[in-house]
Write a protein that binds this ligand. Structure first.
Ligand code: GLA
Length: 714
């Protein structure tokens, strides 16, 4: 092979890689861009005045209707402020206005996806702004983020606000759907018209019980299977905000990122700061399609790579069985039954560490409680492993109880302001993880725990909201950046632990589902969606959760805890929990043979269907928010298997009820129209086409009755 042939082959393969992911078309002038995904187009151009203008984002087929520029790609505080700013700075001489002009652009490959980088700088002051647009064409998604560089030789620039990105929607009347909640009531959907003015969703204290994910639809387009939807979410786990500004003409601007309420950052000469990513998408096929795009993206692009394709184990968690009263004998008794019924991972929850007899003491001292485990954890873990179970453990590493050795030695390691009360929640304070000494302490404690014990699973909890965010020992220009630094160190900590202990699973918990977002999804394999284990409540929480996140991230265990005194049957609870990553949280050492047999059978059933549940696409066929019924369908990637979960929330069907009629014959989704399928428990062989377009009646009658139907291609 000649030297030249080699070069041509090399060039060819470079071009091939570029074009196979490349969807960014640069116009002839080199100063306009047409960015396409399967359904959408995003258009930008540089104006004659040097502004980078946002022209259009939406349906590919309607882009010719774009009427000039809607705003700038990076709106700033400066001049005529007609849109919400993405960037607000103060220069050392006190000037607070920015004037950006286009400098250059180029594309780069960021983790396999083509990314447009546009560089602008201030017309006078030494400040450079790079905006990034990473295109994930198949998912119909784009990620945006902004980087600011202080290129001065001297003098710090104060950043008063830096958002991840902004988009504008074409003129129309829109409705916004977002999710909010409190402890035990996570992910409750809210839909509101966007009227003129600004609607903000935000978190100021690190806990949301909801989500930064949003769906915006033209008014009246509420079908799950049709109509336009713009949607997005932040990849950030600290204080975040998303603003929706509706202008008089009908355009809507969406801006999101770190919540700069009570925050500021100083960039010293040569320093830069990069905002976290915001992901945006567009679909013209309704909210079901949005769910498909978001869940595939999270499953295939965000989740920690090591476990991305690994089947999630069936869990046991001891919290509801024991609370703080844990000891070796009882844990082993629980593990023995857990093994008998088919559990694979045994997780000891709170209560195992020094002084932890209740929630008043112990957090911060991550050594075993010798009163409860005189010989340490090792003999217990060895016996649990000998039974054929993996072992997992609960920690709450970001917290400390004032009644702990750690706090007695380092009362200054928490967030506090002098002369101000230290606000406790659940008798605990939050460690200031922005401090390097705190970071090192927590890292050493948790890595030591993992090194010394055969731990394969961490349940990482965070129960207190942020209060008193004082960091008085830091230089004054760093004090108000403490939350940002905290989150950086949180990601660094889990990232470091994951690298060092690649086989360990990490579960994200924050008083249930208090901190579930796409930032955590990059470091945690799954979430504990709620402490609320009532199966009916759970059906609602799960329905919302599954509109954004894939089922393999949703841990769901059943407990004896009877939230509303309803005494729901074990079978019903298990069927509900099987729509995610199944777990058991009863005191199973007290179970009789019948209970063990029911759980054993259901767990075996779960193992049979879990590949489809955990890795398949899912569809919310019947919403509990609209009907007395919830139906979820999962379809395997190769379309050969589907699993349908039917949950009745009332006596069902009521012959006269309109809802019942509407949901009795249910059209399935995602199947191959040309293949024939059998449905367990229903006689016949059905063409995919028939199931997709006519539908089928799933014969489940009676209140709080459920059934799981496996559908198999022949
Ligand atoms: C939080 C979690 C629970 C449990 C307890 C332990 O409330 O949400 O699941 O782990 O802490 O104290």
């Amino acid at each position: 092979m000649t030297y030249f042939t080699k070069i041509i082959i090399l060039l060819g393969s470079v071009l091939l890689t570029v074009s196979s992911y490349g969807q960014i078309n640069t116009g002839k002038s080199g100063k306009e861009w047409n960015i396409t995904t399967v359904s959408s187009v995003y258009q930008l151009k540089v104006s004659s005045g040097g502004d980078v203008q946002f022209v259009y984002y939406g349906n590919k087929l309607q882009s010719d209707k774009a009427q000039g520029s809607m705003g700038t790609e990076v709106p700033v505080r400066g001049g005529y402020v007609s849109a919400l700013p993405v960037l607000e700075v103060v220069f050392p001489d006190g000037v607070r206005d920015l004037e950006l002009e286009y400098v250059s652009s180029g594309t780069l490959n960021v983790d396999g996806f083509e990314t447009l980088k546009i560089t602008q700088k201030d017309k006078f002051y030494p400040l450079t702004v790079h905006s990034y647009i990473r295109v994930l064409p198949g998912y119909d998604l784009i990620e945006k983020w902004v980087e600011v560089v202080n290129t001065a030789k001297k003098g710090s620039v104060k950043i008063e606000n830096l958002q991840s990105g902004s988009i504008f929607l074409p003129e129309n009347s829109y409705e916004l759907t977002h999710f909010s909640g409190i402890w035990g009531n996570e992910f409750r959907p809210n839909t509101t018209p966007l009227t003129q003015g600004t609607k903000t969703i935000q978190v100021r204290d690190f806990k949301s019980f909801g989500s930064s994910t949003f769906f915006i639809r033209p008014e009246g387009e509420n079908g799950a299977q049709q109509g336009e939807v713009w949607f997005g979410s932040l990849q950030y786990s600290g204080n975040w905000r998303v603003d929706f500004e509706k202008f008089f003409r009908g355009n809507v601007q969406v801006v999101g990122g770190i919540n700069f309420w009570d925050q500021e950052l100083y960039l010293k000469p040569g320093e830069s700061f990069t905002a976290p990513r915001m992901v945006f998408g567009y679909s013209n096929a309704g909210t079901d399609d949005v769910t498909l795009k978001l869940t595939s993206y999270i499953r295939e692009q965000l989740l920690p790579e090591k476990h991305r394709d690994v089947i999630r184990p069936v869990l046991y968690n001891s919290w509801y069985a024991t609370a703080f009263d844990v000891n070796e004998e009882h844990q082993l008794a629980l593990a023995k039954v857990a093994k008998e019924i088919g559990v694979e991972m045994f997780v000891i929850d709170d209560g195992w560490f020094k002084g932890r007899i209740d929630d008043k003491a112990g957090l911060g001292d991550w050594t075993v409680d010798k009163n409860k485990f005189p010989n340490g954890l090792k003999p217990m873990i060895d016996q649990i492993n000998a039974m054929g179970l993996d072992f997992g453990i609960w920690i709450e590493p970001e917290m400390v109880n004032p009644n702990s050795d750690l706090y007695r030695a380092h009362p200054d390691w928490v967030f506090y302001f002098p002369n101000r009360q230290r606000h406790e929640v659940r008798n605990q304070l939050m460690l200031n993880l922005a401090r390097e000494d705190v970071y090192q302490y927590v890292y050493k404690s948790i890595s030591g725990l993992l090194r010394e014990n055969n731990i394969k699973f961490i349940k990482w909890d965070m129960n207190k909201s942020l209060t008193d965010p004082g960091f008085m020992s830091a230089p004054s220009d760093e004090q108000r950046a403490v939350r940002i630094k905290y989150v950086e160190n949180l990601y660094r900590l889990v990232g470091t632990l994951r690298k060092e202990f690649p086989d360990v699973w990490f579960e994200d918990c924050s008083s249930g589902g208090g901190r579930i977002d796409m930032g955590m999804a990059r470091f945690f394999d799954f979430n504990w969606a709620s402490d609320n284990t009532d199966p009916v409540e759970r059906i609602f929480i799960q329905d919302s959760y599954l509109s954004i996140f894939p089922a393999n991230t949703m841990i769901s265990w059943i407990t004896h805890e009877d939230w509303h005194g309803q005494n729901h049957p074990l079978e019903f609870k298990l069927d509900v929990a099987m729509a995610g990553v199944l777990g058991i949280g009863y005191d199973i050492s007290k179970w009789n043979d019948e209970e063990k047999a029911i759980a054993g059978e259901k767990i075996a059933r779960y193992k049979d269907i879990r590949k489809t549940v955990q890795f398949g696409n899912h569809y919310r066929l019947v919403s509990p928010y609209e009907n007395n019924r919830s139906i979820l369908q999962f379809v395997s990637k190769d379309l050969s298997e589907s699993v349908v979960f039917v949950y009745n929330l009332a006596e069902y069907p009521k012959a006269t009820s309109l809802e019942a009629k509407k949901t009795k014959i249910v059209r399935l989704k995602g199947l191959d129209p040309d293949r024939s399928y059998t449905i367990e428990g229903i006689q016949g062989l059905f063409k995919g086409d028939y199931l997709l377009n006519y539908g089928i009646n799933f014969p489940v009658n009676g209140a709080f009755k459920s059934h799981i139907f496996k559908i198999t291609a022949q």
